[in-house]
Write a protein that binds this ligand. Structure first.
Ligand code: 9YT
Length: 130
C-alpha cells in the first residue's frame, strides 16, 4: 500500500512548477500503478494550450473556476468544483483559469516526473522519458 500526504510532497522533487502552474505528483510511473496521479494548481487569469498526444488524461476540479475549449469543435465547457473532463481522444484544448484551479489529474500511461510541456502542448511519450 502507498500512503502519501500532499503537504509532505509539496516540498520534494515530486512538486514540479512552471510559470503559471504547480503539479504535485502523488503517483508516478515507478509506483507501478499504470497511471500517474497529480494535484495540479493553475493560477487565475492564465490560459494554456495543452495537447497530450501520447497520454489519456482525466481531470477533476476540486476548487476554482475556469473553462476548457475543445479546439477540434470550438465547444467551451465551464469548469467548477465537481466537474470532470476526460481527454479520451487526446483532445487538443485550451484551459482558461478565471480563479485559481486546483485539479486532480490522472495520466495513462503514467508520467515519469520529468516531463515538461513541449512546444506543441504535449508531454513526450513514455518510451522517451523512461
Ligand atoms: C490540467 C492538466 O492538464 N493537468 C496536467 C498537467 C500538469 N501540468 C501536470 O500535472 O503535469
Amino acid at each position: 500500500m502507498i500512503v502519501r500526504n500532499f503537504h509532505d510532497l509539496k516540498n520534494t522533487d515530486r512538486s514540479v512548477s512552471d510559470k503559471h502552474w504547480n503539479s504535485v505528483r502523488m503517483l508516478l510511473a515507478d509506483d507501478g500503478m499504470g497511471f500517474s496521479f497529480h494535484i495540479t494548481t493553475i493560477g487565475g487569469g492564465t490560459e494554456h494550450m495543452f495537447h497530450y498526444k501520447h497520454h489519456f488524461e482525466s481531470v477533476y476540479c476540486i476548487s476554482g473556476r475556469g473553462s476548457i475549449e475543445d479546439l477540434a469543435t470550438g465547444e467551451v465547457h465551464p469548469i467548477s468544483p465537481g466537474v470532470m473532463y476526460a481527454l479520451d481522444k487526446h483532445d487538443k484544448h485550451v484551459l482558461r483559469c478565471e480563479e485559481t484551479l486546483v485539479l486532480a489529474c490522472c495520466f495513462n500511461p503514467p508520467v515519469t516526473g520529468r516531463e515538461v510541456h513541449r512546444e506543441d502542448g504535449s508531454y513526450a511519450p513514455a518510451e522517451e522519458t523512461a
